[in-house]
Design a binder for this molecule. Structure first.
Ligand SMILES: *[C@@H]1O[C@H](CO)[C@@H](O)[C@H](O)[C@H]1NC(C)=O
Ligand SMILES: *[C@@H]1O[C@H](CO)[C@@H](O)[C@H](O)[C@H]1NC(C)=O
Ligand SMILES: *[C@@H]1O[C@H](CO)[C@@H](O)[C@H](O)[C@H]1NC(C)=O
Ligand SMILES: *[C@@H]1O[C@H](CO)[C@@H](O)[C@H](O)[C@H]1NC(C)=O
Ligand SMILES: *[C@@H]1O[C@H](CO)[C@@H](O)[C@H](O)[C@H]1NC(C)=O
Length: 331
């Protein structure tokens, strides 16, 4: 079973890289994106049925709480979406957004692992955003063009859930993997008030690394932006882009990933959310040290530098680059 999943990932990831090459030569995506941005700005954002792509019909929100760990679909016809759910405004809100390989195990495991971890340690409202109807489009370029629309939809939904950003905002934490990391960045840009925290898990590099701040996850998208880099060799952002950036095992690729990972990077890429999920219930397993490079870290130059936990319990006062070696990667 594991082997089959792994194979499936490899195949899809190959398409990912290929589609990216194609899109670099195509203007049509950028043109459509721009047109649609202008279009969207003119429409009534409260009208769920408007919008060129009817985004609201293709993006789903699943709420998981201890009283309903398997999740319930939020009903868009309800004024604040959380009526007749187990949402509890006294508990923190975690919003999880998957990347481009949506319909595969990635979407399911990113959500499942993190829901499981959060509900194991406490009372949370964990909302998994499911945009797989777009992300299964076997074109990374199309998924990318839709990223901003998906983000707008998420921003609208969060505005409703929080009663126009008045209730529960102080706990709002958005977590995105790969393309989802840029989506949560766009959500942050869209919301009227700055949210407390965004976590970017191996933010996607293809078509993003050289973008201007408004077209990718950026440090000003939340009061605190923490980023994990697990596959800078292939799929992940190389540059530090948060208040704090973690480079586990150097950041290029991850241990225990096998042969195919050299070509696809898929295993290293998803390790970011395995580590994150693990950090939720095992706070002290990932102690990272401030350091200027992986070589310095390995040479023990940074052994006495300041440290913090990578993942859920990062100290929001810490900044710049942190390195660590991981010995555990069970989610
Ligand atoms: C969604 O909410 C509306 C308005 O309260 C209600 O009429 C409808 O039955 C709900 N749908 C589901 C599937 O619960
Ligand atoms: C909401 O969660 C808190 C614990 O965080 C609990 O004390 C309270 O009873 C819950 N409220 C409801 C309505 O379940
Ligand atoms: C939120 O803002 C909208 C638009 O300004 C308004 O119609 C709605 O009543 C507000 N809702 C709450 C709960 O304040
Ligand atoms: C880490 O510590 C070393 C040795 O004390 C020092 O040279 C280096 O500047 C420190 N690096 C950071 C990023 O703090
Ligand atoms: C971060 O700094 C603030 C203000 O200096 C302080 O109140 C807070 O306790 C610090 N947080 C941690 C986790 O050290």
């Amino acid at each position: 079973m594991f082997f089959l999943n792994f194979m499936f990932f490899n195949i899809l990831l190959t398409v990912f890289v290929y589609a990216n090459d194609i899109s670099l030569q195509s203007d049509s995506v950028a043109v459509n994106d721009k047109f649609d941005d202008e279009y969207i700005n003119k429409i009534d954002l409260n009208d769920e049925n408007s919008g060129l792509y009817h985004t609201s019909k293709h993006v789903f929100y699943w709420l998981h709480t201890r009283d309903n760990p398997d999740g319930q679909l939020l009903n868009r016809s309800e004024p604040h979406l959380i009526e007749s759910t187990t949402f509890n405004a006294t508990n923190p809100i975690k919003v999880i957004v998957h990347g481009w390989l949506g319909d595969t195990k990635e979407k399911e495991s990113l959500c499942m692992y993190n829901v499981k971890s959060y509900l194991k340690v406490g009372e949370y409202n964990v909302i998994c955003v499911d945009w797989k109807q777009y992300s299964t489009d076997l074109s990374y370029a199309v998924a990318r063009a839709r990223a901003k629309h998906i983000a707008r939809d998420i921003a609208k939904v969060l505005t409703r859930i929080t009663y126009n950003m008045t209730i529960g905002v102080e706990t709002l934490h958005l977590i995105g993997h790969s393309l989802g990391a840029h989506i949560v960045g766009f959500v942050g840009k869209n919301l009227v008030d700055k949210i407390p925290r965004i976590t970017g898990l191996d933010p996607a590099r293809p078509n993003y690394e050289n973008n201007a701040p408004e077209d990718r996850l950026y440090i000003t998208d939340a009061h605190f932006v923490d980023v994990m880099h697990t596959n800078t060799a292939k799929n992940g952002f190389r540059k530090p882009i948060g208040h704090i950036d973690f480079f586990p095992n150097g950041g290029k690729s991850q241990p225990n990933c096998g042969f195919g990972d050299k070509t696809t990077g898929s295993c290293s890429h998803i390790k970011a959310y395995h580590y994150f999920s693990h950090s939720i219930w095992a706070k002290e397993d990932y102690v990272a040290r401030k350091c200027s490079s992986w070589n310095d870290f390995k040479a023990h130059t940074c052994d006495d530098n300041e440290s913090t936990f990578m993942g859920e319990y990062v100290d929001p006062n810490k900044t710049e680059n942190y390195y660590l070696e991981t010995s555990i990667d069970e989610p």
